[in-house]
Design a protein around this ligand. Structure first.
Ligand SMILES: [Zn+2]
Length: 212
């Protein structure tokens, strides 16, 4: 009898293990209600879209790999953020015109540790509809604009880097909207050389050649 119980428990252990793995990994998927909406936008299911068309945050004709997208696993689980892989010193361009409201460029350290978070250099720009865009991980002295500057869409505003909480050099980009004083991160559509798209991870996106 005892051996039978042992055998039974052995047989059950493996499925139980896989079940637990499934439960644990499914917890990694974001619960944010915006995630489902964003998926529909990415797949082109939602056709009625009059939202602003952003430019890609790099120079005309350039192409970069999107390594993390909206609400994707890892560090963007609850963020409508984009990570573009790029070499240090790549020119970062404004996705939309506006006023520079925040600049930090004195950080010079970065790495895969939360202790580096305050080192992250950033430029934040406020647009005319009061939405905002933030450009993170810029290199030391990598902000090419000052607070109060008016910038145009496509203007070079900084140089990418690896400052702050990051494993490799990249641009972390977020756009926010305010709803009755509550700021929330939002997915935005971009002009690419293949049309206007909601970007998806693990794809390269090339900027159009046209300049503003
Ligand atoms: Zn990121």
């Amino acid at each position: 009898m005892e051996t039978k119980i042992k055998m039974m428990s052995r047989i059950l252990i493996l499925p139980l293990f896989f079940f637990l793995v499934l439960v644990v990994t499914s917890c990694y998927v974001s619960k944010d209600p915006q995630r489902a909406q964003t998926k529909k936008l990415q797949k082109g299911i939602i056709k009625d879209d009059s939202s602003y068309v952003y430019r890609l945050p790099y120079e005309p004709g350039e192409s970069h790999l999107l390594v993390q997208g909206y609400f994707s696993r890892y560090s963007h689980r609850n963020r409508a953020a984009l990570d573009f892989k790029m070499k240090r010193g790549t020119k970062i361009c404004a996705v939309r015109g506006g006023v520079v409201i925040r600049v930090k460029e004195d950080g010079d350290k970065g790495g895969w540790n939360r202790k580096y978070r305050p080192e992250g250099n950033v430029v934040v720009i406020q647009h005319e509809d009061s939405s905002r865009a933030g450009y993170w991980h810029l290199q030391l002295n990598g902000a090419l604009v000052n607070v109060g500057d008016i910038v145009e869409q496509g203007q070079v505003i900084g140089l990418s880097g690896k400052t702050g909480y990051t494993l490799f050099p990249h641009l972390h980009f977020i756009s926010w909207k305010s709803n009755r004083g509550q700021w929330r991160q939002v997915a935005t559509r971009f002009q690419t050389n293949k049309g206007i798209l909601y970007l998806r991870p693990f794809r390269k996106y090339r900027n159009t050649n046209q300049t503003n």
